[in-house]
Design a protein around this ligand. Structure first.
Ligand code: GLN
Length: 555
């Protein structure tokens, strides 16, 4: 019988429910259990694919082409399993399914209602993950208890305990214990209110995870235990951590997985923390500084590039390097001389994006990187900007562009695939999900992957225009990987540059803390190399320090 854990949140959003669910998933996996995770999102959009990254952060893409909530990225990075689109359901997608059934006549003339029809559909989404090869399904409910739109979800998970049997369901509620400066105290009242709200929906939490800046005192733990009617051991404290990868160990010390396993009668499974301790060890040993510029359009919200940032960190762990990310608004690179903006960096990333704003800045950055031998990794739109740059400045194709930004350009070096031209609907019309690419032997990309055929996730409409391929290649532009039928260019690079590499895919979705993605790993390797060379040059040109000089004179 598959067991279920439901993670809800109270008091405020962004408390780290996703990281709590992910850490718990990892701990259960370290106990030898087979775990999967899912996110239920109460908003009406059918999926996050059409949502502005400023509002919702990155859209995480699964192998099967699901455009999903960024929490799925945390899930995959922590439990080290590839999930599918089934691991994310929104109110919109649930209503879409119920309305389609209603139109087909499946409800046989009944009045279709939130209870039972919507709640049944929510329960069906939960149950479909409970396959024979899964021991525990962790379901995170997005939003905060008290929101209007969360009610059907709370009702569905409340009913779930009755359906699945008491010993098979565990409720974990994540709340905030704020520190009130003037009185110098941590406050439990918001937690009490949020648990009261949850109980008014019929759910008594089995565990309460308290987020706090500073560790919770025993008194407060006792108070929360008494007032919210959970065991003192089941009041788990998540004080702010230095880095997210420490969280599973912190939660384990707090007894999270132990109490959950007791509730679910899974406590015969011993935990082996060893593999995760190794991850944390890698993280802590990563201290050598390296500075990477992330040149994007949505830089005000770091979550918009969450997987890129995590991939850079993972690559740093591999090299013992602490990656400092400098967020650079791509529009700024247009106006300023690229040298002023980028000259001090060890490497840059040109990430994905949509729409014309800031693209010229990415193109200027690509040029600077090419001319100054600055390591540069292009992702999706990044590849497109680098291609346009090469066309304009090396091939002399003045005004070359992507038809996304200039539909009438004389040199459409990036263009829609033929079969995409007539589509106007904005949902799900992209090349989405995992596609294979065949790598060209002898290239940097092939050496990085050390595999002849690779699979990466995609999310884009436009492609390198293969009509120009021969012209590019004559000038030293290397197509280092293509689709198996050779129609689509998937990877590009320059042979005579330390690292000017790009992919049409989104490799950031597949990096793991202990298994960095090869392209990010090589970017950081090249950036560290450049940093070493520049430090050596600096030492060679700087005169010896005056103190040293005077000492030698004195002797
Ligand atoms: N806007 C570009 C396209 O649709 C790139 C998309 C992306 O970077 N994800 O092809």
């Amino acid at each position: 019988m598959t067991k279920h854990i439901f993670v809800t949140g109270g008091v405020a959003s962004s408390l780290g429910k996703g990281l709590t669910a992910s850490s718990l998933g990892r701990l259960l996996k370290l106990r030898g259990l087979r775990v999967t995770l899912q996110k239920l999102d109460p908003y009406i959009n059918v999926d996050p694919g059409t949502m502005n990254p400023y509002e919702h952060g990155e859209v995480f893409v699964t192998d099967d082409g699901g455009e999903t909530d960024l929490d799925l990225g945390h899930y995959e990075r922590f439990i080290d399993e590839n999930l599918s689109r089934n691991s994310n359901a929104t109110t919109g997608s649930i209503y879409q399914a119920v309305l389609a059934a209603e139109r087909r006549g499946d409800y046989l003339g009944k009045t279709v209602q939130v209870i039972p029809h919507i709640t049944d559909e929510i329960k069906r989404r939960i149950t479909r993950l409970a396959t024979d090869d899964v021991d525990v399904v962790i379901t995170e409910v997005g939003g905060t208890v008290g929101d209007i739109e969360i009610l059907p979800f709370l009702e569905a998970i409340r009913q779930y305990r009755k359906d699945a049997g008491r010993g098979n369901v565990c409720y974990v509620h994540v709340t905030l214990v704020p520190y009130i400066g003037p009185s110098g105290e941590q406050k439990t009242k918001p937690t009490q209110h949020s648990v009261t709200e949850l109980r008014s929906r019929g759910i008594q939490p089995d565990l309460i995870v308290c987020r706090s800046e500073e560790p919770l005192s025993d008194d407060l733990r006792n108070k929360i235990s008494n007032l919210c009617d959970v065991d003192e051991r089941a009041v788990v404290n998540a004080a702010d951590a230095r880095n997210i990868y420490e969280l599973p160990l912190i939660f384990h010390d707090e007894g999270l997985d132990q109490v959950v396993c007791e509730v679910l009668q899974l406590d015969e499974h011993e935990v082996d923390l060893g593999p995760w301790e190794e991850v944390v060890h890698l993280v802590e040993a990563a201290t050598q500084p390296v500075r990477i510029g992330l040149i994007g359009k949505y830089v005000q919200l770091a979550d918009a590039y969450l997987s890129v940032v995590e991939s850079l960190k993972h690559a740093g762990f591999h090299h013992g390097a602490a990656v400092e990310i400098e967020w650079i608004q791509s529009e700024d690179v247009e106006g300023l001389l690229a040298a002023d903006r980028l000259g001090h960096l060890d490497g840059i990333v040109l990430p994905g994006g949509f729409g014309a704003r800031g693209v010229e800045g990415k193109i200027a950055a690509a040029r600077y990187a090419r001319e100054e031998e600055l390591p540069c990794l292009g992702l999706c739109l990044g590849l497109q900007a680098m291609t346009v740059e090469f066309a304009r400045n090396v091939l002399g194709f003045s005004g070359a562009n992507s038809t996304e930004f200039d539909p009438t350009t004389r040199f459409p070096v990036i263009d829609l695939m033929l079969d995409q031209r007539d589509i106007t609907d904005k949902g799900g019309t992209m090349r989405l999900g995992a596609y294979y690419a065949v790598l060209t032997p002898g290239t940097k990309v092939a050496a990085a992957y050390d595999e002849p055929v690779v699979s990466e996730r995609h999310r884009h409409r436009y492609e390198f225009n293969s009509n120009y391929r021969a012209r590019f290649e004559e000038a030293g532009f290397v197509c280092s990987g293509t689709s198996p039928d050779k129609r689509l260019v998937e990877f590009i690079e320059l042979a005579d540059h330390p690292f000017w590499v790009a992919t049409q895919a989104h490799p950031e979705f597949k990096s793991r803390p202990d298994r960095p993605h090869p392209l990010f790993r090589e970017l950081i390797g090249a950036a560290l190399e450049r940093r070493r060379e520049r430090t050596a040059e600096l030492h060679a040109t700087t005169p010896a320090d005056p103190a040293g000089v005077s000492r030698s004179h004195a002797s």
